[in-house]
Design a protein around this ligand. Sequence first.
Ligand code: PFF
Length: 453
Amino acid sequence: MEKRQRWSSRTIFVFAAIGSAAGLGNAWRFPYQAASNGGGAFLIPYFIALITAGIPLLILEFAIGHKFQAGAPTAMSKIKKGWEWLGWWPILISFIIVTYYSVIMAWVFDYLWYSLTTAWGNAPQDFFLNKVLHISSGPGELGGFSLPVIIGLIIAWIAIYWTIRDGTKSVGKVVKWTVPLPLAMLGILVIRGITLEGAVEGLNFYLDPDFSKLLDPKVWVAAYGQIFFSLSLAFGVMIAYASYLPKKSDITNNAIITALSNCGISFLSGFAVFSTIGYMAVQKGAPVAEVAGSGGVGLAFWVYPEAINLLPFGNALFALVFFIMLLTLGIDSAFSLVEGVVAGLSDKYSWNKKKTTKLVIGIGFIVSLLYATKGGLYWLDIVDRYINNFNVVTVALLEALLIGWGFKSKKLREYVNPISEVKLGPWFDILLKVISPLMLAIILVWNVIQEII
Ligand code: PFF
């Protein structure tokens, strides 16, 4: 049995957790969720979701990782015999996600290069889809590979391997950079953005509150959904990370710091994104809604690059800043997913961790090649939708139920309180046993209905 690794300090653990939580979802998902679900008013359900479900489940994942000193499958089987599968399920999800998250990282690596000359020119969408991806006309037509994507993919997987090769030790060295750096980049983009003409129009689009939306259940579903994805909950990752904490570690405080920092990054990203898009709208003489697109891949690879093209000076520089931000935001989310899988396997089967890392990365690379084919983007969309809408929500729901009722949330509190600064009262039981599962069940049913009709 190998000796369990430990984080070198509390800060490094919190950095690693924030690094996992703050990813592409903060930059390209949150701002659009807010804009289309009530603007500033969205912050209300968002914070309610954070307090009633996000932070409680993060505390839960940190606590069981810390208590059982193991990845998700082993931890789950120790809670209740026969529940090991509930640990494997998120591990499988993580593995599937990282196979396409790595491809997005590959594109970002390519775009660091393209930024130097703003190679996308005046037609960034055409450049991305046709010159970089060489996209086919549908998912059935896989065709050959795109060379730039393959090169980016090799770099992305090497970067992932290099970061987690020595577990907590090497991860610690990397997160010292990948947490502050995107913040610095974000700061630059926010300042550049809000000093542009038209920024106010963009920010109005982002935050102008529409309180009537709060009566729409869709908005609440969006808020809870965003919180789970954003905090990397129900992926086995936070359990694995917390399993490397030393015995005396504060659980609640670490969870609160991680959650609040993550949400702050999301909120700030909206300023960078929409102020710049507001400027683009003014330049093009079009309404913000028309030029903003719908976030995600489109925002990163053609909407924002197009806006950058229109800047009065320093286009290549701001492009570089933007893609460094995406890279450093995303890469620690990517390697945390791999680390969750590696911890799950090596803890369960007592496999050598280094060899397990190589194995997972080797298989991950091969699977990710699917998305580097000419039909890859279609597959990415399909897989992403099914994984996030159904699997993650179901795992989170079962996790809250199993631990809230099976392991007993009171027992969890008794474990957490002596080592933590912020004490959990009986109110925590209500959040974990009733509110979180109820909201998750509603989201699940909602998503299923949406899929059927
Ligand atoms: N939280 C990341 C984001 O918002 O982009 C995505 C993610 C990373 C989800 C790691 C799950 C995970 F385990």
